[in-house]
Design a binder for this molecule. Structure first.
Ligand SMILES: Nc1ncnc2c1ncn2[C@@H]1O[C@H](COP(=O)(O)OP(=O)(O)O)[C@@H](O)[C@H]1O
Ligand SMILES: Cc1cn([C@H]2C[C@H](O)[C@@H](COP(=O)(O)O)O2)c(=O)[nH]c1=O
Length: 216
């Protein structure tokens, strides 16, 4: 039975790498895939991984009908044995419904990859719809780690290493950005709740306030 699978996790946990591996293994066996993406850091129409691999993809804009795209593709006599959708958190809920229809009506497997929650730990609308509709939600095996060593489960947005909680839901960016840029850092829930990034934990450790007071 064809499936809609949502591979989900924090930023930097290997989602795009897995998407590229699935694409490689299937195309190496002669299968033909359609790769959708939206707002990848590498630029328009790209699916890229931090391991350095990149492939061309179909950039999905607002209002693109993904089911209609597949029907058009097939009606031109072209093949589609599977569909990969990276950065799926940026897709609209209607586009996730269209992907479910690709599975059910066209009988094509769809593998969607995306972060579940934003920097405020709220669901992205596309990810919410995926959780609602997917046959399976898979959490990636390679765990991203918080600075404290615990499993990272949340995404923080940072400016100069300091966690911010105000701003637009979508700001394309990366982890390990320089201090003056908007960046991201993955944290465990405990440290996300306390807004404690690696930089603020370091600063607190160096602060005289937390040094033991020696007797005069
Ligand atoms: N220099 C490196 N050497 C080995 N692995 C790396 C290196 N840089 C990144 N990675 C791996 O790549 C993962 C990020 O992969 P990527 O597919 O870009 O993540 P995602 O799409 O989930 O944001 C990291 O968790 C790490 O395991
Ligand atoms: C938490 C969060 C992330 N984003 C952006 C930042 C990146 O461009 C992507 C995630 O890509 P990755 O391959 O999973 O690292 O999402 C955002 O726009 N808003 C957020 O709250």
């Amino acid at each position: 039975m064809p499936e809609l699978v949502f591979f989900s996790g924090t930023m930097d946990c290997g989602k795009s790498t897995l998407a590229l591996q699935i694409e490689h293994n299937r195309s190496a066996r002669g299968l033909a895939g359609i790769i959708f993406t939206r707002d990848d850091r590498a630029g328009e129409g790209k699916l890229s991984s931090r391991l350095g691999l990149v492939t061309d993809a179909v950039e999905v804009g607002d209002g693109v009908d993904l089911y209609g795209y597949l029907v058009e593709h097939l009606s031109q006599g072209r093949r589609a044995d599977y569909v990969i959708a990276d950065e799926a958190q940026f897709l609209a809920p209607e586009q996730i419904d269209q992907l479910a229809r690709v599975v059910d009506d066209l009988e094509i497997d769809v593998y969607a990859f995306g972060i579940t929650t934003d920097f405020r730990s709220k669901l992205f609308p596309g990810s919410q719809r995926l959780v609602e509709l997917a046959d399976r939600v898979e959490v990636l095996q390679v765990e991203a780690l918080c600075w404290c060593g615990a499993r990272a489960t949340h995404n923080a947005r940072t400016v100069g290493g300091v966690m911010v909680v105000e701003g637009a839901q979508v700001v394309v960016g990366d982890v390990n950005q320089s201090a003056d840029e908007i960046g991201y850092e993955v944290l465990c829930r405990r440290h996300h709740r306390r807004r404690m990034t690696a930089a603020s934990a370091r600063a607190a450790a160096l602060s005289p306030d937390v040094l033991p007071v020696s007797a005069p």
